[in-house]
Design a binder for this molecule. Structure first.
Ligand code: KG4
Ligand code: ZN
Length: 334
């Protein structure tokens, strides 16, 4: 079975090809232009997807030595995300499916992040505790099996990646700031500032807006906020606080459950210090630690092709009348 996956929900245009649970080719083009505005400009994102997608699909097929006629199905992110951006990918995928008369599958972007760590053949013992930490989401789920998820907790305000981007903005780091802020943090002293971990009524919820305000207060107080040592120390203390909060919640959930795996996905899962800490926690709680390679943490189409293929096998194809849904959630109670 050969499937093409397409991702265009935000500012990455991505195409991947998968053959029986093996990623054969994967391309991602990040729209760098948004850093000028400090965040994604929806109209520009849609236009750039439109410009890039069909060329990229052909290039990805060339990488694999395949042609369109080799495909047995096409899958695409149908939500959540920016509606204009989603529509570009969904319309394209429907067009290909109709032209080739092959199955069309709409994929939930969050389900893609959930399964990214096994997209290339890794085993996942179940049940698993899953944490999605991205620019738009910070959520915990219990994962019983493919398609069987229950909601455990989520951020009450900002997502973890959003906090990295906003604090990065305060330190003059262009959007998206996560990776650069984390690099700066390696040069800093995380003990110089103490940023407390937020308390939430449910122990499995998250909150990052107080942390962001605490950083803002230190930046406003600083005599020289351009000082490289100050910036690195703030970055280190901020990152330490985010990692502490994420790992505390994960530890709490693992402690009270029968989980065989811990899986983490989304852009912030690319953070090395977070990966190390979560690996320690999963070892302590005897759960297999599953995290995607760095390239599959941020938005990509390999994870969409993987979920597309499993959906096609286990749930069947979708109708071409299926619509993009900018507010799609993973589970109803959410
Ligand atoms: O999953 P993703 O590509 O897009 C969404 O679906 O949101 O995640 C992007 C987010 C951005 O907020 C970015 O700053 C953050 O992931 N990010 C990181 C790192 N790499 C990307 N945050 C912390 N450390 C990193 N190394
Ligand atoms: Zn994402």
């Amino acid at each position: 079975m050969r499937m093409m996956g397409i991702e265009s929900s935000c500012d990455e245009t991505a195409v991947a090809l998968i053959e029986n649970d093996r990623v054969v080719a994967s391309r991602v083009a990040t729209q760098e232009i948004h850093s000028r505005w400090g965040g994604v400009v929806p109209e520009i994102a849609s236009r750039l997807h439109q410009k890039t997608l069909s060329r990229m699909a052909q290039e990805t097929l060339d990488d694999a030595g395949w042609s369109f006629e080799d495909l047995n199905g096409i899958s695409v992110t149908r939500g959540p995300g920016l509606i204009g951006a989603l529509l570009v990918g969904v319309s394209y995928a429907k067009g290909v499916a109709a032209a080739l008369n092959i199955p069309f599958v709409g994929v939930n972007h969050l389900e893609g992040h959930l399964w990214a760590s096994v997209a290339d053949g890794e085993e996942m013992p179940l049940p698993a505790l899953a944490m999605i930490v991205s620019g738009g989401h910070t959520e915990l789920y219990r994962l019983e099996d493919f398609g069987n998820y229950s909601f455990l907790g989520a951020t009450l305000d900002d997502a973890a990646g959003e906090a990295f981007d906003k604090v990065g903005g305060l330190l003059g780091i262009p959007y998206p700031a996560g990776a650069k802020l984390s690099k700066l943090a390696t040069e800093g002293n995380s003990k110089r500032f103490h940023f407390a971990v937020a308390h939430t009524k449910s122990p499995l919820d998250f909150s990052f807006s107080g942390l962001k305000s605490a950083v803002l207060r230190e930046v406003q107080k600083a005599e020289d906020s351009e000082d490289p040592v100050f910036r690195a120390d703030i970055a280190a203390a901020f990152e330490a606080s985010v990692i502490k909060q994420l790992s505390q919640r994960v530890d709490e959930a693992l402690r009270g459950g029968d989980y065989k795996s811990l899986l983490v996905g989304g852009g912030v899962a690319a953070n090395r210090a977070l990966r190390e800490k979560l690996e320690q926690v999963s070892k302590k709680r005897h759960a297999k630690f599953l995290v995607p390679p760095i390239s599959l943490c941020t938005d990509n189409a390999a994870m969409i092709a993987y979920v597309g293929m499993r959906s096609l096998r286990e749930r069947g194809e979708d109708s071409l009348s299926l619509e993009a849904d900018p507010n799609l959630t993973l589970v109803e109670e959410n």
